[in-house]
Design a protein. Sequence first.
Length: 195
Amino acid sequence: MTTIYDEAGKAVPCTVLEVGPCVVTQVKTEETDGYTALQLGFDNKKEKSTSKALVGHFKKAGTTPKAKVAEFTTFEETKAVGDLITVDLFEVGDFVDVIGTSKGKGFQGVVKRHGFSGVGMQTHGQHNRLRAPGSLGASSFPSRVFKGMRMAGRTGGERVKTQNLQVIKVMPAENILVLKGAVPGAKGGYVLIEK
């Protein structure tokens, strides 16, 4: 993330994304696939690191192997296999949704994972129990912990969708899109942008 200043001199938190150029690797239609969609490929990948089936798929589209392939079902314009889609698709002021994989935080306790407040102040003779979850199950009936109980566990690394991020700046020469706010995922990760 970074900060830019608007006309009023206000600091606006932004995320800078490299968007495209994406190649149309397949056009799916109702007749052949049962639904309509565009399959786009982004970011070159070594041919030796790609399966032979995918190498043939990309050669059919007339392009080199791609690291990330995604389908988009809502596309206004009709495109052909091999067409390039660039950042020119977006305009300043548009609102977009960004989908990505959130940062993995490993095994975390209930305070960080679910926002529990812990047991509270140190009193009544307790020792190092400040961030503990407290009582979990019921009494002698049903003598178990119910499924879905919020407990400690793996946090992050999930598919997250951030909605209504405003496009602040479009730089077609560098294929860069600047969005207001934060997007899910670590630096250098792949995200999907939906208009």
